[in-house]
Design a protein around this ligand. Structure first.
Ligand code: GLC
Length: 674
């Protein structure tokens, strides 16, 4: 059951398309204190709290304070309170079990047992919010109801399930040809190459550098013939430059965010001084969406939207203030405090909260200060694109994922997990975020495999890929100046070929589970606690996940480990894929096990009376035969495994056509019926 409680004058976020009527009675579970703009819940010692989407720390969010404030945060450290998204949905599981969604576009704080271990406290910045309370038969049911409320998740084209190679930046057509050639020569499957900011003419959105990408449409076609999709980045800030049509047209039509006096708000990002399109103004959003046509017309079928928190290097006004103040420090003998103040001044230039109060949106004729709607910017940038794709390419699936997001954006695109690092702990963070994001409707997601910042190592790359082969977005991406990390930069080519190749063998299962999760409003990745709520060991597991119907994964995330402990809530079949092509199947009893996992092995687990369809693999998604299947199964004596297989062409939009579904049965003696 879902109840909405409304306070004050709510700014519509459109996270929920059809809002239920507001209740008049008292809010259940939570205590409302309007004076302190807060809602509190008194937690039991054993209560667990799940959700909040993209955030640091564990699957159980208890014991930290989180802030919904979309941030350009390149340090995914334990002490961070916000990353790029604002995902205000969580479920308390324990004494009472219920879900809460706070639909509120401004900054919110979730103190989940941080100040007091027994207290969960949500604090808003003003008292204009919708609070949804969801109850149900169990955690999964609550999440399912929430997902139905927020609408169906976005669907990617099937090629977007292939392996993608990215780098900030591949600088030219020739450099990209080389990346593709190496993968093809070494038989490392590949489906996409990402274009980072340098493909543009001096970081101007919807332009191309004509020297390094002289024949882009032809080049894109050449790549497609080799089954490679080029996926360009689009940034939120539009360069301020006379003669640049996007800037000039946007300015003329009044489509950029303004300062209080109505003059354009100028903030610097990659191209230097830039303007932010007013993504919350419908006309401006339509106009920005139309700009994608420039690349769609050249055959592009996928994009990633970046810097849309929006990130600000500095604003014109603040830079001036800071430079004036810095002048005072000249020729002075700075003590500790003064030195600290001076460096803080420079640090205060970027993503300064005050700057977010200095610009305005035009929402249906009303001038609204950005800070009140901060968390909706990236969402609406991606919505601009998604709505435009519906108009411009109504019959095509276009890949889209964004860095910043709010619940509601999941209908228009996926997200990637942002600027992580080549750290072992970030493999685990990648795993933790998967179920939390799925809860909020973000099914197409993944991390920068191998790590974005810092230098990677071969073993980290292999271990991370061994998790990445299970995530819908499987992309290797790294930052400017870091060690190169394309698979072919390393020695163990058999290992890379094997692990990435396995992704393509698993595609029938992964794609089918993804589509079913979309169509049935379910999670693809679940903590063990959700399926085994009465098992106290399962409830504590934070480094294994259930994946779809019948699989459990337990990746290695520590350096030099030759295996790891795995907890099985019930007997399961362990399946080991080794680089020499062998597949070893072992039935293990319930309980704790140490499982040896050499660097190039991938181990997964099958739940009793379940099956997993496998393909023969391929060098790209187009080459994978989704009909010539083999099966892995664990069927106990006298039982059978029944699998609902979703299979479509991956490009059309008739998602609900029943012809895409079929049933596969395997009996305990191995007989397969389709
Ligand atoms: C941001 C993005 C990163 C990208 C870089 C350059 O840091 O998060 O993925 O490579 O900008 O565009």
């Amino acid at each position: 059951m879902i109840s909405r409680f409304s306070y004050g004058h709510v700014i519509e976020t459109e996270a929920i398309l059809q809002k239920p009527a507001a209740e008049n009675g008292a809010l259940p579970f939570l205590t409302v204190d309007e004076a302190s703009l807060s809602l509190t819940y008194s937690m039991d010692d054993n209560d667990k709290v799940y959700g909040l989407g993209e955030n640091v720390r564990g699957i159980n969010k208890r014991g930290w304070i989180y802030q919904s404030k979309c941030s350009d945060e390149a340090q995914h450290l334990e002490d961070r309170r916000s990353l790029y998204g604002a995902h205000n949905f969580f479920v308390v599981s324990g004494k009472e079990t219920f879900g809460i969604f706070v639909d509120y576009p401004g900054i919110l704080t979730f103190d989940i047992g941080y100040t007091r271990y027994s207290e969960l406290k949500i604090t808003a910045s003003d008292w204009n919010l919708d609070v949804y309370v969801i109850t149900g038969s169990d955690v999964k049911d609550i999440i399912h109801q929430f997902r139905q409320l927020i609408g169906r998740s976005f669907v990617v084209p099937k090629w977007a399930f292939g392996y993608g190679q990215s780098r900030w930046s591949y600088m030219s057509e020739d450099e990209i040809r080389e990346v593709v050639r190496k993968h093809r020569e070494l038989q490392i499957p590949l489906d996409s190459v990402y274009l980072d900011i340098d493909y543009m003419d001096r970081y101007k959105d919807f332009t191309l550098n004509n020297e390094t990408f002289p024949d882009f449409a032809d080049f894109n076609q050449e790549m497609k013939e080799d089954h490679i999709h080029l996926v360009p980045i689009i940034d939120a800030g539009v360069k301020q430059e006379e003669g640049y049509p996007v800037y000039e047209e946007g300015l003329k039509k009044g489509y950029f965010c303004t300062k209080e006096d109505g003059s354009p708000f100028v903030a610097a990002v990659w191209p230097g001084k830039a303007l932010f399109p007013d993504m919350l103004n419908k006309e401006a959003r339509d106009w920005f969406g139309e700009q994608y046509k420039f690349l769609l017309d050249q055959g592009v079928e996928g994009f990633w939207n970046d810097m849309n928190e929006p990130a600000i290097f500095y604003t014109e006004d603040r830079l001036k203030e800071v430079l004036d103040k810095i002048d005072d420090y000249k020729d002075r003998n700075l003590d500790m405090n003064e030195f600290g103040e001076m460096t803080a001044l420079v640090g205060s230039l970027s993503n300064n909260t005050k700057d977010y109060t200095r610009f305005y949106h035009n929402i249906q004729g009303e001038k609204v200060s950005h800070d009140r709607v901060h968390n909706l910017f990236g969402y609406n940038m991606t919505r601009a694109a998604g709505e435009a794709f519906e108009r411009l390419e109504p019959d095509k699936r276009i890949l889209m994922f964004s860095r910043s997001s709010y619940i509601g954006m999941h209908r228009y695109g996926g997200i990637w997990m942002g600027d992580n690092k080549s750290w072992w702990s970030h493999i685990l963070l990648n795993l933790h975020m998967l179920p939390s994001l799925n809860m909020c409707g973000f099914l197409y997601t993944g991390a920068d495999l191998g790590g974005f910042g810092a230098d990677t190592t071969e073993d980290l790359m292999l271990r991370w890929l061994a998790l990445g082969i299970f995530t819908p977005l499987m992309r290797n991406h790294s930052a400017l100046g870091t060690r190169r990390q394309e698979a072919y930069q390393f020695e163990n080519m058999d290992g890379f070929r094997h692990i990435i190749g396995l992704r393509y063998r698993l595609l029938p299962y992964l794609y089918s589970e993804y589509m079913k999760a979309v169509l049935n409003d379910e999670m693809m990745f679940r903590p063990l606690a959700f399926d085994y709520p009465d098992d106290r060991h399962a409830k504590a597991v934070e480094d294994q996940l259930l994946l779809g119907d019948g699989m459990m994964i337990a990746p290695v995330y520590e350096q030099n480990a030759d295996g790891r402990y795995v907890y099985l809530p019930e007997s399961m079949k362990q399946v080991r894929f080794s680089a020499d092509g062998t597949v070893e199947e072992t039935i293990l009893p319930a309980g704790h096990h140490f499982v040896e996992i050499p660097l190039t092995d991938v181990v997964l687990f099958i739940r009793p009376n379940h099956l997993i369809p496998l393909s023969k693999g391929g060098q790209c998604v187009d080459e994978v035969d989704f009909e010539a299947l083999t099966f892995l199964s664990y069927v106990t004596e006298g039982n059978e495994a029944v699998y609902t297989y979703y299979h479509d062409d991956g490009y059309e939009k008739d998602y609900e056509n029943p012809a895409h579904l079929s049933e596969i049965r395997i009996s305990s003696n191995g007989t397969v019926t389709k």
